[in-house]
Ligand binder design. Structure first.
Ligand code: GAP
Length: 551
């Protein structure tokens, strides 16, 4: 199934990805399957590196985050509680003439129009909307299409046995919150991170891997105290500047500081793997865009070759990751639907509360009560029951109990891989003495994500001493990093092959390595991909040098 060619740059990137083994169409020999992609040898290494860097940065290197690896199929009750069964849908419409199916918002957007949201929460097409395939204006009214893939658990295909492939990894984190809390010896504020597959039956997958039907997410749910608890303990909630990194986490941080912190931490992560700030963009969701329970959501965007220009000709970018301040909605929903308590007990809060003046206690009690009542009524709980529950919740706060709030940095692995590939893609055109021009391709990956860290090249393949030495260098480095031995063709050709793979360093084993010039015995030539510079380096220093650049 051919991907519509968005533009020339994307066309070239897609072609290089296939030619060099980064990304293949899934099931290609059977004509492909729309919205599914496979990663070839180089793509698989790139993906592994990205996931490992995320995992190390977000869990192993932090005291306050624990990891989780949950199943893809979970109890369908989880998706009822999370709201996915009822509301995880896109508006879809069909052309009555050519029968092509569209995501209604995208169809409008492609024609410079905006899908109309009606007062009853439904959608309508604006006047003039036409089918982009056959130009007919006979389109069905938009109707919701649930994006979850359905399956059946067990041998009987009945409604009772329906299950869903998870559309996000996040819900398992909420469902296992108590188990992780109890086994990890963590205390709020702390986070749970997870990397794994997610599935969405997208109406119109597009832009190569950007919108796929099977993809991977890297999600952190970072649990924090409600602001009322922070204020009770510390007297006030810290204010932080709206931009820039707020520094090391502080005990008096409320949701705003934590949200700002995670946005900036995530930008640093992207910078640390080669996506400079000027390749990124930001979208701060407006109150109309935010879910009713969310306090804020900042999307980190990347300027893809297919990203559209605004009316001033600026490229804003498309979403790589969303960082949402989701209040206590998720754990509250699971508490309500499962009947299992999701709250935590905070001894420091209980002690601090008892020492507060009565007016302060009352003010904090009232604020917490209002927030809880608001959540409960918006979630469909009847007014009287909501009041009763909110009173119990606010009384609980006064005794040191609350449901943690959450900040959620949620990133897509595949979108990041596409961003890294687009960012790395460089064409180099050279003209030789005879005026002949040649274009070569260099994938300028940051060494930390590069699929191959070093190419190992014996100068000549018919000299057993050179080959033996090159293999010894390969075996020395192999336990530490992914290296590639290549003795086929001229050195120039081999450099070009490694440039296309994005290998940051090439090591050439020549006669000086064997001691032809005694002072160069056991040294190799290291060639740097991005500027072609070459120098000698001792074999004994290679491992530490390469590790310092690639980790
Ligand atoms: N738990 C929150 C959540 O899932 P989301 O914005 O729907 O939020 C988070 O998804 C990230 O997952 C996105 O920023 C994107 O990187 C990735 N993602 C979502 N849908 C995707 C798709 N169809 N194909 C590829 N990546 C996708």
């Amino acid at each position: 199934m051919a991907e519509p060619k968005e533009n020339l740059q994307m066309e070239k990137i897609v072609s290089l990805c296939k030619r060099r083994g980064f990304i293949f169409q899934s099931s290609e020999i059977y004509g492909g399957i729309n919205g599914f992609w496979d990663y070839g040898p180089l793509g698989a290494e790139l993906k592994r590196n990205v996931k490992e860097l995320w995992w190390n940065t977000m869990t192993r290197e932090r005291e306050d985050v624990a990891g989780l690896e949950a199943t893809i199929i979970m109890s369908p009750a989880i998706w009822k509680a999370s709201g996915h069964v009822d509301t995880f849908s896109d508006p879809m419409c069909d052309c009555k003439k050519c029968k092509k199916r569209f995501r209604a918002d995208q169809l409008c957007e492609d024609q410079g129009l905006t899908l109309i949201k009606t007062a009853d929460g439904k959608f309508a097409l604006p006047a003039g909307t036409k089918c982009t395939a056959c130009d007919s204006k006979e389109l069905t009214e938009p109707r919701p299409f649930n994006l979850m893939f359905k399956t059946y658990v067990g041998p009987v295909e009945s409604e009772d046995n329906v299950a869903y492939l998870r559309p996000e990894t996040a819900q398992a984190i909420f469902a296992q919150f108590k188990n992780v809390l109890e086994t990890s010896r963590q205390k709020v504020p702390f986070g749970i991170g997870q990397i794994g597959k997610a599935f969405r039956n997208e109406v119109t997958p597009r832009n190569y891997t950007f919108r796929s039907r099977e993809f991977e997410q890297m999600e952190l749910e970072f649990f924090i105290k409600p602001d009322e608890a922070v204020e009770a303990i510390h007297g006030s909630v810290a204010t932080v500047p709206a931009t820039g990194h707020p520094g090391e986490p502080q005990p008096n941080w409320g949701w705003q500081a934590w949200h700002q912190y995670w946005v900036e931490e995530r930008v640093r992560f992207y910078e640390g793997i080669g996506l400079s700030r000027d390749t990124l963009g930001f979208h701060h969701q407006t109150p109309e865009e935010l879910a009713h329970y969310a306090r804020a959501c900042t999307d980190i965007l990347f300027k893809f070759p297919f990203s559209k220009k605004d009316e001033h000709g600026n490229v804003k970018g498309d979403e790589l990751e969303g960082i949402a301040a989701r209040s206590d909605f998720d754990l509250s929903q699971h508490q309500r639907f499962s009947g299992k308590p999701m709250g935590v007990f905070d001894d420091e809060l209980r002690g601090a509360w008892a020492k507060l003046p009565k007016e302060k206690q009352d003010a904090l009690w009232k604020r917490y009560y209002d927030n809880r009542k608001n959540y409960l009524t918006k979630s469909g709980v009847e007014a009287e029951a909501a009041q009763k529950q909110a009173t119990a919740d606010a009384d609980g706060l006064a005794k040191g109990q609350y449901i943690p709030h959450v900040i959620e940095p949620s990133a897509g692995v595949d979108r990041l891989i596409l961003a890294l590939i687009a960012n790395a893609y460089t064409e180099v055109t050279k003209t030789d003495d005879k005026g002949k021009t040649e274009t070569t391709y260099v994938m300028k990956f940051h060494p930390r994500v590069a699929p191959i860290k070093a190419g190992i090249l014996p100068l000549l393949k018919n000299k057993p001493e050179l080959v033996a030495k090159a293999i010894a260098v390969r075996d020395l480095l192999r336990p530490w990093m992914n290296v590639y031995y290549d003795d086929g063709g001229s050195i120039g050709k081999r450099y070009a092959r490694q440039d296309e793979a994005g290998t940051p360093f090439c090591l050439t084993i020549d006669f000086d390595t064997l001691g032809e010039k005694p002072e160069l015995l056991d040294t190799v030539t290291i060639r740097y991909r991005d500027d072609g510079k070459q120098e000698r380096i001792k074999i004994s220093e290679l491992r530490d040098f390469l590790l310092s650049k690639t980790r």
